[in-house]
Design a protein around this ligand. Structure first.
Ligand code: GLU
Length: 276
């Protein structure tokens, strides 16, 4: 049996898994995710959380009508990000842990000095046992400097810090052999993807929800980024009990891929160096 050592794990959670339908933060669900992160830390793993939900929580708090303009979404993110981080820290502290907020735009990762600074900051947080809680800096990100979705952001962060595993938690089981909303006939979960072919990309459909921006398309974009860095990625259902540690065990055992969809990478590379 092949054993993979999974030490550093990035976990991204989508808006629909963090909020109720009315946009209010789902305390119970968030507590369940954070307790799993704490368990992993207790078993000597390093965990980084990439969270969505800022815009959604802001919209829910202010009962804004959808659709919103970009400026309105950015304003809502200012409200929602505060709500999110205070809830995360409240729950983490109840469980003996501390979270550290890191807000990024894509231009932060394009310039060598800023890239190095972010790497150093994340390393310091991890060395000090703090759980980095990362989101896009939605209030300032304009089109030119936006990641636009946290799937891409989490893949970029995973390659930056040379993670061993990226987990994308979402509200479906994983990638299916066809787009589920188009037809349920012969619908099957794809457990393992070794090559992101045009056929695989065609199974992703187009977009996510109105408030979140993801969907399968951006998850496959993330898979391509992470694949190049030689890091495995699993897409799976946030709503299942103890799903995170089950996914970690599955990757560590490297044997049966029976939860969600695992993207198997090529050989792991050392940390990518910025050339500019
Ligand atoms: N950064 C956005 C938020 O916190 C989410 C982006 C996404 O849905 O991927 O609301």
């Amino acid at each position: 049996m092949q054993e993979n050592n999974v030490k550093r794990i990035v976990i991204k959670i989508g808006t629909s898994c963090l909020t109720h339908e009315n946009g209010k933060l789902n305390y119970e669900a968030i507590e369940h995710y954070l307790k799993q992160l704490v368990e992993l830390k207790n078993s000597n793993k390093e965990v980084l959380l990439v969270t969505s939900g800022a815009i959604g929580a802001g919209i829910g708090e202010l009962k804004m009508k959808l659709p919103c303009s970009m400026a309105e979404k950015q304003g809502m993110a200012a409200v929602g990000q505060g709500l999110l981080i205070s809830l995360y820290n409240k729950i983490l502290r109840q469980n003996g842990e501390i979270g550290g907020q890191v807000l990024l735009t894509s231009s932060d990762l394009k310039e060598k000095n800023r890239y190095e600074n972010i790497y150093n900051t994340l390393e310091v947080l991890l060395e000090n046992g703090i759980i980095p809680i990362i989101n896009e800096n939605d209030t300032v990100a304009t089109d030119e400097i936006r990641f636009g979705d946290n799937d891409t952001l989490s893949a970029e962060v995973s390659s930056l810090i040379n993670a061993d595993l990226l987990i994308l938690l979402t509200d479906v089981e994983g990638l299916y052999n066809k787009i589920p909303c188009e037809s349920e006939d012969d619908l099957k979960l794809i457990n393992k993807v070794e090559d992101i072919t045009p056929e695989i990309e065609a199974k992703a459909g187009k977009k996510g929800s109105i408030v979140g921006t993801g969907g399968m398309k951006t998850k496959l974009k993330a898979a391509k980024i992470i694949n190049k860095a030689g890091i495995p990625m699993v897409i799976g259902p946030a709503y299942k009990n103890n799903i995170i540690s089950k996914m970690v065990k599955m990757i560590e055992n490297g044997e049966k891929y029976n939860i969600g969809t695992t993207f198997i990478p090529g050989e792991k590379k050392c940390r990518r160096e910025k050339s500019n």
